[in-house]
Design a protein around this ligand. Structure first.
Ligand SMILES: [Zn+2]
Length: 249
């Protein structure tokens, strides 16, 4: 059985507690023994191994630690595994996930006032759903960032969506914007605020009164910034807890 590669670039996977985890092995010259870490949010298992240890040994080490790994997952009951029939927030609306053999691509349906995302059965539907959501987030955030940076008259250099943990967005000194793809779970106005916030950093790299005045000016007049921040605070934990059948770095 092929379990993993030797680098972080092309990880193999392991199924633990019905969830798929990427496994990566880093070979460290100075490592004296095998060590193991699990990141349940990112669905990742990381092994550090001395350079001399062969793959069979690493494999045995991983198998021996399987009970410990499964215990770590069980201790994080807050994680919510998305399945056929799950209700997840999508653009702020509770949306049912339905695997539907009749559709050939992921389709949003709101015909009867009950929003659903219908997924083709072929392949790995839930993993495809995550890719779909990441793409939706990228498109939505890019459109907003382009519009607001035009208003400001300051272009941004790049825009990336990632699975960031501690921050919903950031702006680098080189005008690089970064956002969490999980913002797609929130209402449009939450993303509008987060984008206005980061675009305002294209001019002010601080949180001075001048920054906040600009951020407010970039937001629509009826957007309550405190409300948007509260949305992130109150819902963010759940947005991070949603686990799809795989992970997107
Ligand atoms: Zn900021």
């Amino acid at each position: 059985m092929r379990i993993f590669s030797k680098s972080f670039q092309d990880p193999e996977t392991i199924i633990l507690a019905e969830r798929r985890f990427d496994v990566s092995v880093s070979r460290l010259k100075r490592a004296r023994r095998l060590t193991l870490r699990i990141d349940t949010n990112a669905s990742r298992v990381k092994i550090s191994a001395p350079a001399s240890v062969d793959e069979a040994l690493v494999h045995g080490f991983l198998e021996r630690n399987r009970p410990w790994l499964e215990r770590q997952i069980a201790e994080r009951p807050d994680l919510e595994i998305v399945r056929d029939g799950s209700l997840i927030p999508f653009r702020g609306q509770d949306t049912q996930i339905i695997i539907d053999p009749a559709v050939t691509r992921i389709t949003f349906d709101d015909a009867d006032g009950r929003p659903s995302l219908r997924l083709p059965r072929r392949g790995e539907p839930i993993l495809r759903l995550q890719h779909f959501l990441v793409d939706e987030a990228r498109r939505d955030l890019t459109t907003r960032a382009e519009r607001l940076s035009n208003v400001l008259g300051r272009p941004f250099h790049s825009l990336h969506v990632r699975d960031t943990k501690s921050r919903w967005g950031s702006c680098s000194s080189r005008a690089g914007l970064n956002f969490s793809w999980r913002l797609i779970f929130g209402e449009d106005r939450v993303r509008e605020y987060v984008v206005a916030h980061e675009v305002a950093h294209l001019r002010h790299m601080d949180h001075s009164p001048a920054f906040w005045a600009l951020c407010e000016a970039l937001c629509p007049p009826d957007l309550d910034i405190d409300w948007a921040k509260r949305q992130l605070r109150e819902n963010g934990k759940r947005w991070h807890a949603l686990v799809f059948d795989g992970s997107v770095a």
